[in-house]
Design a binder for this molecule. Sequence first.
Ligand code: CA
Length: 235
Amino acid sequence: MCAVERWVFVRVLVVEDDASLGQVVQRGLAEAGHSVDLERTLAGARRAVAIGTYHVVVLDLGLPDGDGLALCRELQTAAVRPRVLILTARDATGDKVLGLDAGADDYLTKPFDFAELAARVRALLRRPEHARSPQLRVADIELDPAAHTVRRGGVLVPLTAREFSLLHYLMDRAGEVVTRTDLLDAVWDTNYDGLSNTVDVHVANVRRKLDLPGRPAPIETVRGVGYRIGPEVPT
Ligand code: CA
């Protein structure tokens, strides 16, 4: 034993509507030394993550009041993003792809062996804070694709998943004019037939969130064509 040993509690949220399975997972992870909360609904899980800071969320997808994937996506823009391990009966490749693309760090299908779940939670906790992929930077705006975060002047800017994708696309092409059609194809699906001003509305929202007093977001409207993000603040 070290002379000075600090216990760092790992906080885990288990979201599982099957009461007995939830209790088994909760008890097992608690025996592994983690501090574990259990929620049985999407609404309960949302409340829990709003008030608590979790290192890992073990997330069932089929919940009585909605799809766990929604929470998975929401967590991507959280200020402190927990690692998400999806634990579900949905075992099709397409479902796994959906889950991982929604930001999950791992995906385990039911039925499962508890020893494997515990090992996967340990593996998540060993991971470096974020597997680094290149950060994008335009002026004082930084976008981190791995962490799914946007900062302006170092301050976190909360964006919805759609707004994040939109800004990501613009920043990837900084200095270029991006048309509304490009954005619709890239950020919405190609057969999206919503209102024609959808792109403008979302760009306006991104701008509003990025604007600082005296420093508007450097997103320029190219009249009749689209948008361009660049290092110079438009006047
Ligand atoms: Ca379920």
